[in-house]
Design a protein around this ligand. Structure first.
Ligand SMILES: Nc1ncnc2c1ncn2[C@@H]1O[C@H](COP(=O)(O)OP(=O)(O)OP(=O)(O)O)[C@@H](O)[C@H]1O
Length: 250
């Protein structure tokens, strides 16, 4: 039986930038312990949808709720946000910091964990993504792109969050490395029992990660259903999008 507890709810969310309306009354839910993948054309508002849930953007109207409580704009450093892990597009590591300092950045600077303990926890998180402790003192620039992405994943999970956001986690990686990242993401989501919300243009990644898929179009959710519904073509526009077929409607 599926756990139908709603973890994150976007409720009639509207968001414009200048005269451009990006989200127009968007309704979406992410269920506890499930992995939701958001797809849609470029510039349709996928990143904006996640940024609203992180409190990095404020909706013009409507709201985003986590565990039934409205997300407040600018609350990234609040204790409540500690339960959220985020993997940004292309990893976004700090070049001037060592690998372990990157992984434990939030532990050191927001939670004020002591250095020794923070390093131990960083090494444990690196182990979770199959990276050896001996890379902890290296700089990100010394690592391959795939390893950097794993470090970024370790950083997202080090605080044992119960919500994980992934923004284009496989962009720029070769298919084999992308597959490894997908597997590590699935493993982390399952180990933590987290609710995951992923944005991707990579349909192989969607298939590997998703329990559910939602497609954004024209400022709202065109379709939201189980991954199987994509393959059985419940919605022809979603089906065309996933198959990479141009559709004048889409
Ligand atoms: N801070 C901002 N200021 C002005 N415009 C913005 C801002 N953030 C997003 N936008 C605009 O909102 C629209 C949606 O952006 P968003 O990044 O959410 O798209 P996306 O669906 O994630 O696209 P992509 O798949 O190409 O990454 C775009 O037209 C973008 O230019």
């Amino acid at each position: 039986m599926r756990d139908e507890t709603i973890k994150i709810a976007w409720k009639s969310v509207t968001k414009s930038f200048g005269r451009k309306t990006v989200l127009e009354g968007l309704d979406l839910v992410a269920y506890e312990g499930r992995s939701l993948v958001i797809i849609g054309g470029s510039g349709t508002g996928k990143s904006v949808t996640i940024k609203l849930a992180l409190g990095l953007l404020r909706p013009d109207s409507g709201s985003v709720e986590i565990d039934g409580e409205a997300v407040e704009y600018g609350r990234e450093n609040d204790p409540g946000v500690q339960q959220i892990g985020m993997l940004f597009q292309s990893g976004a590591l700090f070049d001037s910091l060592s690998v372990w300092e990157n992984v434990s950045f939030r532990l050191l600077h927001a939670e004020h964990v002591k250095k020794g303990e923070a390093k131990e926890r960083a090494i444990a998180a690196l182990d979770q993504v199959d990276l050896e402790a001996d890379i902890a003192d290296r700089r990100p620039a010394e690592l391959s792109g795939g390893m950097q992405r794993r470090v970024a994943l370790a950083r997202a999970v080090v605080g044992k969050p119960n919500i994980l956001f992934f923004d284009e986690p496989t962009t720029g990686l070769d298919p084999v490395t992308a597959d490894l990242i997908n597997q590590l993401i699935v493993r982390q989501v399952k180990t933590l029992g987290a609710t995951a919300v992923t944005i991707t243009h990579d349909m192989a990644s969607m298939r590997a990660i998703a329990d559910e898929v939602a497609m954004i179009r024209d400022g709202n959710i065109l379709w939201h259903g189980d991954l199987e519904g994509v393959d059985s073509c419940e919605n022809p526009t979603v089906c065309d999008f996933v198959a990479g077929r141009y559709s004048p409607e889409g």
